[in-house]
Write a protein that binds this ligand. Structure first.
Ligand SMILES: [Fe+2]
Ligand SMILES: [Fe+2]
Length: 182
């Protein structure tokens, strides 16, 4: 029933390659924040924790003439778009339910509050939740990306979250199309 775990996502080579760009600590903290908010709001904790863990998987080098180009990186929504695509690829490779993969990828696409993409869009409860779970960990000047924990610690926290999510969705019939918790 609960096929794709956070542990299986975190330990995949796609996540290992890209998550360090924004930091394992920030990824795991956002997943933990997302779990708490999901329980408070009656939103699916499976979707919320996966989107939380993977929300910044799209961070990448973005240079113009050999210089980091923050302006176009931000204005053209590079990391949310890449993140939605990478997360969707990772989730479907792992065998995620396609309805879940879509909801998670869209929550990642719309997670950035400063992004022009989100300006004229009414966010779903899950999409708003991921934006807020991310913001709860934000520190001035993007310092939340530089604070680190070991990979072992990140794995331990993610395994704990897997147990909590499993417990919450044990009666779920996995029919995401008819589920209102997103
Ligand atoms: Fe982000
Ligand atoms: Fe973030």
């Amino acid at each position: 029933m609960y096929k794709v775990t956070l542990e299986s996502l975190l330990t995949d080579s796609i996540a290992l390659k890209h998550l360090p760009n924004a930091g394992f600590r920030h990824a795991v903290q956002t997943a933990e924040n997302a779990f708490k908010l999901a329980i408070e709001r009656g939103i699916c904790p499976d979707l919320a924790t996966k989107a939380g863990l993977l929300h910044d998987i799209g961070h990448t080098n973005w240079e113009e003439h050999g210089e980091w180009d923050y302006e176009s990186y931000n204005y053209f929504d590079i990391h949310p778009i890449k993140g939605a695509e990478r997360a969707h690829e990772l989730l479907t490779l792992k065998g995620e339910h396609l309805g879940k993969a879509r909801e998670i990828a869209l929550a990642i696409l719309f997670h950035s509050g400063s992004s022009p993409i989100t300006r004229n869009i009414e966010l779903t409860p899950l999409q708003r939740l991921i934006m807020e779970a991310d913001d709860l960990d934000a520190r001035e000047g993007g310092k939340h990306h530089n604070l680190e924990i070991s990979f072992e610690k990140a794995l331990e926290k993610v395994k704990n979250l897997d147990r909590l999510v499993q417990d919450e969705i044990k009666d779920c019939d996995d029919n995401c199309e008819s589920c209102h918790r997103r």
